[in-house]
Design a protein. Structure first.
Length: 191
């Protein structure tokens, strides 16, 4: 199986590139942000808890997030070609748990695709997305919190994966299709 983590700051293009990777490689998409937004929309208990963190730009606690991931992995279609993890892991404990969960199923991570985008561009993209889609956490105050949280809690994962030799650095600036070509080349090398 081809198991990829799509890694990067909020606004780095993880969702957009995930769609393209799924189209080309037929992978199953697990976006933890989308799972949470769906729960919020449906007004579930989990949605209410998630909203209290997301609206402030904070991360959902690891134990809750890991339970959600476990559930998502249970829903994996039989004979799946692999998974694209979009927005998970975001902390070192989540990364360690992901490795456990995969190895329990005789699987491992194929690679971690890191989309690297300068901060001003991240802010501009999220403000644009907020204006176009109405996504509630794409407002200036929450964006700045999300970036702070990213630097403090998520960015250390880059070194974690570099040390394991699984980090694939991708320049996330430029045309969507060109970025995707760079990603596809790296994936094809590892298939
Ligand atoms: P995203 O759509 O990936 O940008 O996620 C939106 C928000 O959902 C984040 O700002 C977090 O509040 C929450 N979230 C999504 N994935 C995770 C995760 N793996 N760990 C903790 N919080 C998460």
């Amino acid at each position: 199986m081809l198991n990829l983590v799509l890694f990067g700051a909020p606004g780095s293009g993880k969702g957009t590139q995930s769609e393209k990777i799924i189209d080309k490689y037929g992978l199953h998409h697990i976006s933890t942000g989308e799972v949470l937004r769906k729960q919020i929309k449906e007004g579930t208990e989990l949605g209410k808890i998630a909203d209290s963190y997301i609206s402030k730009g904070h991360l959902i606690p690891d134990d809750l997030m890991i339970d959600i991931l476990r559930q998502e992995l249970k829903g994996l279609p039989k004979g799946s070609k692999g998974v694209i993890f979009d927005g998970f892991p975001r902390t070192i404990p989540q990364a360690i748990e992901l490795e456990h969960l995969l190895s329990e199923n005789g699987e491992s991570l194929t690679g971690v695709v890191g989309l690297e985008v300068p901060e001003e561009e991240l802010v501009a993209r999220m403000l644009k997305r907020g204006a176009e889609t109405g996504r509630a956490d794409d407002n200036m105050e929450t964006i700045l919190n999300r970036l702070k949280v990213y630097h403090n809690q998520t960015e250390p994962l880059k070194e974690h994966y570099q040390n394991k030799g699984s980090y694939i650095q991708i320049d996330g600036l430029g045309h969507v299709d060109n970025i995707f070509s760079s990603i596809a080349k790296e994936i094809d090398d590892r298939k």
